[in-house]
Design a protein. Structure first.
Length: 460
């Protein structure tokens, strides 16, 4: 049944995409026709020009039926990342129930998270490259609709292999929607507001950590492990509908041949820039993935307070995302990243210091340290996005996609390394290892900046 539904979905998606492409071509013909008639002076032509001007604006900006302001358009893009983040993060909160529903072990169910991260990290850049010639809004709407439909199909998937296939589709479509949202926000905002716009879009992820994960857990406890998927499907379809009529029609990203985009991955500047992202996110997830057992066994926090700590941690990440955008716009991405990397390492080292100073645990102290770590970790995201996009301005959309992929690769690497380290050295060593990775990201960042200054001086 699920395989049949998947086939129907793919056929429908192709049909809808062809129809949408015809619509965009019609818009362009309307624009060309409108520009020709501007030279006419007859009354009929003036009327036709007025009608066309009402339907087709310059630079492919169609009338926004909903007439949302710039601020609410950015918030709409944040809603898109919220939907994508909800489906990605909810699974971790209900892993035991998913394992029971699919009839598999928790360890095997956990591989669903790894599969999502790896597919997102390795395959989304290819999808972004293949859709580079299509308008941003078209790609965003199509990806959001596809993501919603696949989420709906997950409700009917009771076989592990079918669920894995749907999870792969979710990673591809969700990643495409997220990258399109970030690149659209960057274009709409302009250089002066770019950091804050990207920070607002990223807040969709942090909001999903705060809202979607605990609410999703309660839903599946009362209505079944797969009950959350229809809800995310409905929310995704509503989001896509608003995107279609509230966002302007933006021209495609700069067209770069696929071979040249692949060649970008062989350039030292691109590899080193993305490696900063991988090290930063691996350092974050190495400790975060095992934060619950760390708090219980090392910090001696009562299990009754774990949910409260995670709620505070989530709110701190929301604050960090917002502050990071403001810091980027005021200080620049390099100064912001250097400052935040240093603070991250300090707060990570402070965690074992708290355990040493309070052997029996100190709930207020460790909560404050965790919140400060969360703020500084999430505040890095906007500046790192802006920094990577600036490696090649003509390929900023592709680079934003590669950076998102690097984040997912860092998540997979950090989780795996954290598991190995916890088994080999113990949970108490995790913050130290995370701090080393963050220091490594800082050293690489400083080295790249020195190279950039040297190249600039040589050209002068």
């Amino acid at each position: 049944m699920a395989e049949c539904a998947s086939a129907c979905f793919l056929q429908s998606a192709c049909w809808c995409y062809a129809l949408r492409l015809r619509h965009d071509n019609a818009d362009r013909r309307c624009l060309r026709s409108s520009s020709r008639h501007r030279t006419e002076s007859t009354p009929i032509c003036n009327v036709l020009t007025g009608i066309r001007a009402g339907l087709c604006l310059d630079n492919l900006q169609t009338v926004n039926v909903m007439r949302l302001s710039y601020r609410y358009q950015i918030l709409l893009l944040a809603l898109t990342t919220f939907v994508a983040g909800a489906n990605e993060y909810i699974l971790a909160g209900e892993l035991d129930l998913v394992a029971r529903g699919l009839g598999i072990s928790i360890g095997l169910a956990g591989q669903l998270i790894t599969i999502y991260a790896l597919v997102y990290g390795l395959c989304v850049p290819v999808v972004v490259a293949l859709t580079g010639r299509i308008g941003r809004r078209t790609v965003l709407v199509a990806a959001t609709v596809g993501y919603a439909l696949v989420s709906g199909l997950c409700f009917f998937a009771y076989d592990f292999r079918v669920f894995v296939a749907l999870r792969v589709l979710q990673a591809l479509l969700g990643g495409l929607a997220v990258v399109s949202s970030l690149s659209t926000a960057a274009v709409m905002a302009g250089p002066e507001r770019r950091g804050r716009a990207i920070a607002t879009v990223i807040m969709g992820f942090t909001t999903s950590l705060i809202v979607a994960v605990p609410i999703g857990r309660e839903i599946v406890l009362h209505f079944g492990w797969n009950a959350v998927f229809p809800l995310t499907a409905v929310l995704g379809l509503i989001t896509a509908f608003i995107q279609r009529y509230a966002l302007p029609v933006l021209t495609p990203a700069a067209s770069i041949p696929l071979q040249e985009q692949v060649a970008m991955l062989t350039r030292p500047a691109t590899i080193a820039g993305l490696l900063v992202t991988v090290l930063w996110m691996a350092g974050y997830t190495l400790t975060y993935s095992y934060l619950t057992p760390y708090l219980l066994n090392v910090q001696h926090v009562s299990g009754n307070w774990i949910s409260v700590i995670f709620l505070a941690f989530g709110f701190a990440s929301l604050i960090g995302s917002r502050l990071g955008g403001s810091f980027n716009d005021k200080l620049g991405h390099h100064a912001t990243l250097v400052m935040l990397k240093i603070l991250q390492a300090i707060f990570l080292v402070a965690m074992p210091a708290v355990a040493l100073a309070w052997p029996h645990g100190s709930l207020p102290t460790i909560t404050i340290v965790l919140m400060l770590w969360s703020i500084t970790a999430w505040a890095c995201t906007p500046s790192q996005q802006v920094r990577v996009a600036g490696i090649n301005a003509k390929a900023s959309g592709v680079l934003v996609g590669l950076n998102q992929s690097s984040i997912q690769i860092g998540i997979a690497a950090g989780s795996a390394l954290g598991g190995v380290a916890a088994s080999a050295f113990g949970l108490s060593w995790l913050p130290w290892l995370s701090a080393l990775l963050e220091i490594g990201a800082l050293m690489l960042l400083l080295a790249l900046h020195r190279v950039k200054l040297s190249v600039r001086a040589a050209r002068a």
